[in-house]
Every structure is written in structure tokens, then in C-alpha cells.
Design a protein around this ligand. Structure first.
Ligand SMILES: C[S@@+](CC[C@H](N)C(=O)[O-])C[C@H]1O[C@@H](n2cnc3c(N)ncnc32)[C@H](O)[C@@H]1O
Length: 355
């Protein structure tokens, strides 16, 4: 997963932060099956390789590729990958991975394994699977871990959760080639194709804080996810700033007393600051205090001024919610992330297919 137009998932820090979330989420059973099926020193094609994280992951499993080629459209990521993984047997290229796989199928590079990590939701799924399968040839393997599958949750619950998820997913789906249900589409496609669907497992992301806060750089990861959602909700992403800036601005600017005194005078300020928005009466919130609130008091920043995207505005017309609910959602989520109270999950599949 899974950016929208503004904030960018092709970002080194985001992908590094994502790696520890992925490591926890990875389905071990599917990975074990992959290891069993691989030849001792496989040649690997990595579609949408990002920073080349597949290489250390394979090595952790005791798999040393005889050859590796990673392809990614993002030149900055490819430069970072080259710097991190310089070796004679390793190469990276900037470009469309599906087109590169098509060329590999012509014999220029003969992979045993094609990896597509967090990738199949970004491109037409069936075409990508078929092209990767053709690249590895009969008996070769296609491994697609962390393939997003259409469920995004945030806890504690907020009255606007379902609406926000809908707007977020519709925004992703509206982008060419993208599919929020890529996981099940990949499974279905592999099941019907000529090869064999060897293994499927769930690799849901779960991000939550422990006693020391969010592990590793996962608070940044969360701020990126909230940035992706904010891009879907508001024309300027809710603040016109990048995720780091906005997360840091929130931590400095946020004054729970102001918020309580302004926007949600009828809610328990401690609860709100602590994140139990789910307890607030949605009717009151939509019809009264939030919508009428002084934007400056509420935000201590700019979310209060944010205009919904056209898609969000259209979605709102089908509901009892108002734009103020979306602003409140984003404010609450940012504050909860800052306080270590936000739990985020995304449903994903790991898929292993033999061509
Ligand atoms: C979510 S990232 C995953 C990166 C890496 N596989 C990982 O798991 O960390 C998706 C990557 O796909 C790249 N990408 C998107 N569309 C692409 C395409 N058509 N061809 C090659 N790379 C693409 C993006 O630039 C981004 O680096």
C-alpha cells in the first residue's frame, strides 16, 4: 500500500519504515514454501524493487541469489538501492517493471523467481502476474508479498471511519491501473491461470505503539499513511505539508485545552485528547459542535481550513456527515498517532504461484 496523488510511497524513509512493519506481517508459511521451491542460488527479478529490500530478506532466509535485477520507476529509489547493494551479481534499472519483465521473457535475463512486494495493487494485476510468470518461464516462481486487499482500519473507532475508508479506497481505485482489492484479484487470477497457486497467506499490517512508543521508525510510517488518507480527503492533503512536517507541527502546536475549549466543548476534554472519540455522540458532532467550531481554535493549524476533494464532497452527499467530520477525523488521528494511541491495520495477501 498505497499512496494517493500527493504524498509519495516512493520515498526511501517511508520504505525503510515500512520494512519493519512488513517483517512482522510476512506470512511465514508462504515464505517457507518459497524457500522449499527455490533452487539453491536463484536468479531473481524484483518488480517495483524500491530500495532493494528483497535482497536482505532473501539472505536472512539463507538464499543468496546468483543474479538479481531490480526495476523501479523511481530514479531516487534506484539510486539508493544501487548504493546499498552494490555487487557484480546485482543490478537495478529505472523503468516500468512490467515492461522490463516482458523483455526478460524474451531471454535477456532468465529469472527463477519474480518478486512483486507491495506492487500488484499499483498495476493491472492480471497483466502483471501473467508477464512475471512469462518472465520466469514454466516451473519458475512468482512471489507477491504484501499485496493490499481492500481493508484499512484505524482504532480507536471514530464516527467517520467508514466514510473515510470509502473515500480513501475510491481515490486509490480511480488512479490508472490501481486496485485496492489486488490481493484477492491476484489469488483469483493465479487460481484460474495455467500454473499452480502454491500458497496464500494473510500478511496484514498492524502498527501499534508499545510502552516505548511506536517501534523503529513506524510513527513516521503512520504519518505517511495519514498523509495518503489526507490527500484523498482534502485538496491540499489537509495542510499542504509533508507527513514529517505535519506530524511534527501537530506535536508542537496541538493544545488539547484549546481544542476542548473550542470545538468539542460538550465532550470530555481528557477523553478527546486521549482518543476515545468513539464515545462521542455522532449526531451531536455532525450537526453541532464540530461543524460550527472556530477553525483556528480547532486546528491550531490548517486542517480546519481544508476543503474536501471533489470525491470526498460527493461521498458526503450520501451520508449524514459533514466536511467538519472529516477534518475532525484527521485531527484526531494525527493527535492519536502523536500520543501513541493510534492502531492501524491494512489487509494484505502473500501469494506464491508456480508458472
Ligand atoms: C510500495 S513500494 C514497494 C517497494 C518494495 N517492493 C518494498 O516492498 O519495499 C512500490 C514501488 O513500486 C514502484 N512502482 C510503481 N509502479 C511501478 C511500475 N509500473 N514499474 C516499476 N516500479 C513501479 C514505486 O516507485 C515503489 O517504489
Amino acid at each position: 500500500m498505497t499512496g494517493t496523488e500527493g504524498h509519495d510511497h516512493a520515498d526511501t524513509r517511508y520504505l525503510d519504515a515500512k520494512a519493519t512493519v512488513d517483517d512482522r506481517a510476512l506470512d511465514r508459511r508462504v515464505a517457507d514454501r518459497l524457500r522449499e521451491e527455490l533452487p539453491p542460488s536463484p536468479t531473481v527479478f524484483d518488480a517495483g524493487c524500491g530500495t532493494g529490500v528483497t535482497l536482505p530478506r532473501l539472505r536472512e532466509w539463507g538464499v543468496e541469489p546468483a543474479g538479481y535485477r531490480g526495476v523501479d520507476t523511481d530514479a531516487g529509489l534506484v539510486a539508493a538501492a544501487r548504493e546499498r547493494h552494490a555487487a557484480d551479481t546485482v543490478s537495478f534499472a529505472v523503468g516500468d517493471a512490467v515492461a522490463a519483465a516482458r523483455e526478460a521473457a524474451d531471454g535477456s535475463f532468465d529469472p527463477d523467481l519474480a518478486v512483486a512486494g507491495s506492487f500488484l495493487d499499483l498495476v493491472p494485476v492480471g497483466e502483471a502476474v501473467d508477464t512475471l510468470a512469462a518472465a520466469v518461464g514454466p516451473g519458475g516462481l512468482v512471489y507477491a508479498p504484501f499485496t493490499f486487499d481492500g481493508r484499512t482500519t484505524f482504532a480507536p473507532a471514530h464516527p467517520a471511519d467508514d466514510l473515510v475508508e470509502r473515500i480513501y479506497h475510491e481515490t486509490i481505485d480511480a488512479q490508472p491501473g490501481r486496485n485496492v482489492r489486488a490481493g484477492r484479484a491476484a489469488v483469483d487470477h493465479c487460481r484460474r491461470a495455467d500454473g499452480q497457486l502454491l500458497a496464500v497467506g494473510a500478511s496484514d499490517w498492524v502498527v501499534r505503539a508499545n510502552d516505548d512508543g511506536y517501534p523503529n521508525d513506524e510513527r513516521y510510517f503512520l504519518s505517511c499513511i495519514l498523509g495518503f488518507v489526507a490527500d484523498a480527503l482534502f485538496v491540499d492533503g489537509g495542510d499542504g505539508e509533508g507527513p514529517t512536517d505535519s506530524a511534527e507541527a501537530e506535536s508542537v502546536d496541538a493544545d488539547p485545552t484549546d481544542r476542548a475549549g473550542g470545538a468539542v466543548a460538550d465532550a470530555d476534554p481528557t477523553d478527546r485528547a486521549g482518543g476515545t472519540v468513539a464515545d462521542a455522540d455522532p449526531t451531536d458532532r455532525a450537526g453541532g459542535t464540530v461543524a460550527d467550531a472556530d477553525p483556528t481554535d480547532r486546528a491550531g493549524g490548517t486542517v480546519a481550513d481544508a476543503d474536501p476533494t471533489d470525491r470526498a464532497a460527493t461521498a458526503l452527499t450520501d451520508t449524514d456527515h459533514t466536511a467538519a467530520d472529516l477534518r475532525d477525523w484527521l485531527q484526531c488521528r494525527r493527535r492519536q498517532a502523536e500520543a501513541g494511541e493510534l492502531v492501524y491495520t491494512a489487509s494484505q495477501f502473500d501469494v506464491l504461484y508456480r508458472a
